[in-house]
Design a protein around this ligand. Structure first.
Ligand code: NAD
Ligand code: AKB
Length: 317
C-alpha cells in the first residue's frame, strides 16, 4: 500500500490549499490533515484529526496508525505573533521540527517538507535581489527559529541521510484562508477591506517593498520541489523562491485601478521594524537551476484573482 501523507498545521493559510492540492494529486484517503483547530473549509473535515505539533508521542502514534511516509510540517507561530511570545514561538517552531526530523532519522518516515521564510535574512543581508547564501543575522524570534531550523535540516540530512526539503517562502497572498499573524498579512487584509469598506489602514508605510507570491505559485513550488529527483536537490537548508516585489502604495494603486473609490491610510506599528529588516526582493536563481522553478503569477494577475474570488466569497458568506 502507498504510504500516506500527514500535514501538521493543515488548517492555516498554506495548509488549507496544500491539503486540497495534495488530495487532488494523491486521493483523499492518502492525505491526513491535522491541526489544533478544525479546517476552515467544510469539505476538508474528512480525514482530519486534532494533533498537537509539540506532542511527540501523539505524532508517532498518528504516523504508525496511518502508515505515514511523508510529513508536511506547517504548524508555527509567524513573525508578528511570535514577537509577543518569543519563548512559546521558539518552543513550537523548534520542537515540532526536531520531532519530525527524529521520526525520519529513526526510519519511521521517508520524507519531510518544512517551510522556511525570507525572515531568515536580516538588516545586514543584501536588501535587493537577496542571494541564496549571504550574511544572515535575523532580528526576530521567528527569523532566528527559521534559520536555526534550516541548520537542523541540513545537519540531519548530512549526518543521518534524512530527506528533508525546504523553501524560504516570501509573503503569501491567498483568498481561501486568512493569514495567521505575519508581517506580510497586510497584502491579504487590504483586499478584504477594499471590498468590505473601501478603506484600508495599513500597518506598514507606503514605501515598504517586500517579496510576495500568489499562493497558487507557492503550492506549485512546494509540490515541484517535493517531487524533484533527490539528485537535483542541492540545498538541504532551504531554497529562495521569488514571485514579485511591491510596496503597499503600489498594491493600493493596482486595487484603485479596479475600485476607483478605494482609499488607503498609513499607520505603521511594530511590524514596520520587522519589515525593514527583511529583503525587498529575492534572487531565486538556485531554485531555477536545480529544479527549474519559475513563478507564473504577476501583480496584475494577483490583483484580479484576489478581487474576483473574494467578491464571490463575500457575496456567499
Ligand atoms: P498559519 O498561522 O496560517 O497556520 C499555522 C497552523 O498551525 C494554524 O492552523 C494553527 O492552528 C496550527 N498550529 C499552531 N500551533 C499548533 C500546534 N501546537 N499543533 C498543531 N497545529 C498548530 O501559518 P501558514 O501561513 O499556513 O504557515 C505555515 C508555515 O509556512 C509556517 O511554518 C510559516 O512559518 C511558513 N511560512 C508562511 C508564510 C506565509 O506568508 N503564509 C511565509 C513564509 C513561511
Ligand atoms: C510573515 O510575515 O511572518 C510570513 C513570512 C514572510 O514568513 N508571511
Amino acid at each position: 500500500m502507498k504510504r500516506r501523507i500527514l500535514i501538521i498545521g493543515a488548517s492555516g493559510q498554506i495548509g488549507t490549499e496544500l491539503t486540497q492540492q495534495l488530495r487532488l494529486v494523491h486521493g483523499n484517503d492518502c492525505v491526513i490533515a491535522t491541526d489544533l483547530h478544525q479546517p476552515p473549509v467544510k469539505s476538508q473535515e474528512e480525514f482530519f484529526e486534532i494533533l498537537d505539533a509539540t506532542d511527540v508521542d501523539a505524532i508517532k502514534r498518528c504516523v504508525l496508525k496511518h502508515q505515514v511516509g511523508t510529513i508536511y510540517l506547517l504548524a508555527a507561530m509567524l513573525s508578528a505573533t511570535a514577537e509577543s511570545a518569543p519563548r512559546k514561538a521558539w518552543d513550537l517552531n523548534m520542537n515540532s521540527l526536531l520531532c519530525v526530523l527524529d521520526l525520519a532519522k529513526d526510519g519511521l518516515i521517508d520524507q519531510i517538507f518544512w517551510p522556511s521564510s525570507i525572515a531568515v535574512f536580516g538588516p545586514t543581508s543584501p536588501k535587493k535581489d537577496t542571494p541564496q547564501t549571504c550574511v544572515m543575522e535575523p532580528t526576530t524570534v521567528y527569523g532566528i527559529s527559521k534559520l536555526a531550523g534550516e541548520f537542523w535540516c541540513s545537519y540531519y540530512q548530512r549526518k543521518y541521510g534524512v530527506d528533508v526539503r525546504s523553501i524560504r517562502y516570501p509573503g503569501l497572498i491567498s483568498w481561501k484562508a486568512q493569514p495567521g499573524g505575519g508581517t506580510t498579512d497586510y497584502a491579504v487584509a487590504i483586499f478584504h477591506e477594499a471590498l468590505k469598506t473601501g478603506t484600508y489602514n495599513c500597518f506598514l508605510s507606503a514605501q515598504t517593498a517586500l517579496p510576495m507570491m500568489h499562493m497558487t505559485d507557492a503550492i506549485r513550488a512546494t509540490l515541484e520541489l517535493m517531487s524533484s529527483d533527490l539528485s537535483s536537490v542541492n540545498q538541504f537548508k532551504a531554497y529562495n523562491i521569488a514571485g514579485m516585489s511591491f510596496t503597499p502604495e503600489q498594491l493600493a494603486q493596482k486595487i484603485k485601478a479596479k475600485l476607483p473609490d478605494f482609499k488607503i491610510h498609513y499607520d505603521p506599528d511594530f511590524r514596520q521594524a520587522i519589515a525593514d529588516s527583511w529583503p525587498s526582493s529575492i534572487d531565486d536563481s538556485e531554485a531555477g537551476k536545480d529544479w527549474k522553478w519559475s513563478a507564473r503569477i504577476d501583480l496584475d494577475h494577483l490583483t484580479q484573482d484576489m478581487l474576483d474570488n473574494l467578491k464571490d466569497t463575500l457575496a456567499n458568506s
